[in-house]
Write a protein that binds this ligand. Sequence first.
Ligand SMILES: [Zn+2]
Length: 328
Amino acid sequence: MSQLLSPFIRTVLGDIAPGQLGVCYAHEHLIIDPSFATHTNTDFLLDDVSKCVAELQEAYTCGVRAMVDSMPMACGRNVHKLAEISGKTGIHILCPTGIHLAQYYTPGHWSTRLDEDALAALFVSEICDGIDNNDGNGPHWLSGKHRAGLIKIAGGLDQLDDQQQAIFRAAAQAHCITGAPILTHTEQGTAAMEQLSILQDHGVDLKHVVLSHLDRKPDSTYHRDVLQSGVRLEYDSCFRWKSVNENPTMNLICELLPQFPDQIMLGMDAARRSYWKQYGGSPGMCFLQTKWRSRMLDVGITDVLIDQMFIHNPAQTYAFIQPKESVQ
Ligand SMILES: [Zn+2]
């Protein structure tokens, strides 16, 4: 019989109680080190610790207390830098294990070839023992002192190919063994149902699954169908829509948040230098907590619902649950 664990959130600097998380951005990219991804697009390169620290210190003064980094293994993730940034800013940072879309790895990379059991073993190791000191880039695997707090995986446009399906099944296995939450990338908001059915068929508790970027497909009927499953959604296009008068993300929040107050969260997903003030871009990482918050208040969204999105939902979603196949 396994022992009953009290809920906790696993940050790069250790485990905390969910109530300690505070205002949380649910899908971020704080560090992207030189990698195949940054080689193909230099705007993805976010490797400067001091710039990140300066921008997050400003976010802290705006009230932000936690951020979920979304870069999984071997594509620019650097948990050592995330730990340093967390220590210097006081912002809780979660770092994922998992695998991104194949386009972010060199052709033939091991992540595109390993089967689901081998992938699951790596995910479990990074959650329980520690993230690989060399970020899965070889030549040896050595668990470091910082542990992964979630599993990040990605599906393709309108469907999941065979390897993506294997990665989803691996994440489900690792979730059942460790109780770690799952964050997924959807391509342009599509294939949500396909993602959910694999996870659900393999025993995952959908309350601890977050589908990202759904607002890139701003069809409220589609969102409503997905939300009926109990899964959580992360919206991050708030600052991306060009029109001043029409913001589809705001429309979705106004329509769906009152009915599904426990299931919607916000993030910046600012994976480009051109979105960070410190790299000379805009709108900067304070945006959600300052301008966007006041726009939400202007259109009549209550403080209670806003806190629900920024504080309560991330605290519940990103908490580990009692593992189904306890090994801890
Ligand atoms: Zn992302």
